[in-house]
Ligand binder design. Structure first.
Ligand SMILES: Cc1cc2nc3c(=O)[nH]c(=O)nc-3n(C[C@H](O)[C@H](O)[C@H](O)COP(=O)(O)OP(=O)(O)OC[C@H]3O[C@@H](n4cnc5c(N)ncnc54)[C@H](O)[C@@H]3O)c2cc1C
Length: 282
């Protein structure tokens, strides 16, 4: 098997154009699990974790441009965590310190798991993914990139170069339910982000549908019932809000949870996130 180490994004474009069946290895935290279980047929591998451009991030106008090989460790702390607090909260819940040292945001998106913890946050924030190959560059919304359970819309010669994440002007929350506090795949997760200037509230759910989904109706309903000046919400709208969030989920029964428990917990997370961000009005 070929094992190649890409030195730059240019070099990566060429290596993929030469042979698009080559598979990308970033932190290896999903890839190597599949190799160990013999779920992957591999003829060639390109390691991308040494490409400098992919390991960097920068503040760019009213957004942050995050290279696909930026790790959870970098997202969970420091300046990035202040700019995108819900992404940092989500990163802190992922695996163990060893996994967070190696695992990358690009790998989480490309794996496209319904339980991928970065994905609801990026969806709620309206992030865009910059995808590149030798012949073209394109921008995809998260729901255009992730099209099903562990299915993405990348063609064989494409890779995720970076993710453009809007910087919003309000509080954010990421909450996750699992059988314990650490080293756990989400039974359900919820991201809630706000922009006080734009009077925007974004809500997305993980592990309750084939791919993480938005709660559009709940977003619209609650944004009509928030007093943005005092950052308060009236108690009599919360039950309806919780119902709308639950209705946006379409969970299944599996080895991690029953669908009814998932529906219940997503309602609890919605109420909890709402009341962490907004005070109860009198
Ligand atoms: C013990 C353990 C605990 C975990 N806990 C969690 C958890 O709590 N929450 C969670 O969400 N995940 C968890 N994971 C999963 C994993 O850490 C993440 O999905 C991680 O983000 C994958 O990134 P990576 O860099 O390791 O990707 P890799 O494993 O290197 O690659 C994963 C897939 O993405 C592709 N890929 C990687 N980078 C790119 C790119 N730039 N462009 C196109 N394709 C690319 C690869 O070809 C491969 O198909 C856990 C994993 C382990 C082993």
């Amino acid at each position: 098997m070929d094992f190649l180490i890409a030195s730059s994004t240019e070099n990566l474009c060429n290596l993929l154009a030469e042979d698009p069946t080559r598979q990308l290895l970033a932190g290896g935290t999903d890839f190597m699990v599949e190799v160990n279980f013999r779920h992957r047929d591999i003829s060639g591998v390109i390691a991308i974790d040494r490409i400098k451009e992919l390991k960097q991030w920068r503040h760019d106008g009213d957004s942050v441009l995050i290279g696909s090989c930026v790790t959870y460790k970098e997202i969970e702390q420091g300046p990035l965590s202040a700019l995108i607090p819900a992404l940092a909260q989500s990163a802190r819940t992922i695996g163990s310190p060893q996994i967070r040292n190696a695992g990358t945001i690009g790998g989480n998106l490309a794996t496209a798991s319904p339980a991928g913890d970065m994905i609801p946050v990026l969806l709620a924030l309206g992030a865009e993914v910059n995808v590149r190959s030798k012949s073209k560059v394109r921008q995809l919304r998260i729901d255009e990139l992730i099209t099903g359970v562990k299915v993405n819309s990348l063609s064989e010669d494409e890779f995720i170069e970076s993710i453009r994440v809007p910087v919003l002007s309000g509080p954010q929350e990421f909450l996750k339910v699992g059988p314990r506090n650490a080293m756990v795949i989400s039974v359900t997760s919820l991201a809630m982000v706000t922009d006080i200037e734009k009077k925007y509230i974004g809500i997305a759910l993980g592990s309750v549908s084939a791919s993480p989904c938005r709660s559009d109706e709940a977003e619209y309903f609650i944004s009509q019932h928030i007093d943005w000046d005092s950052m308060t919400v009236q108690s009599d709208v919360i039950e309806n809000f919780e119902r709308l969030v639950k209705e946006s989920a379409s969970p299944i029964d599996d080895h991690r949870s029953s669908s009814s428990y998932r529906t219940h917990t997503v309602g609890v997370l919605a109420r909890r996130a709402l009341l962490r961000i907004f005070r109860l009005g009198i």
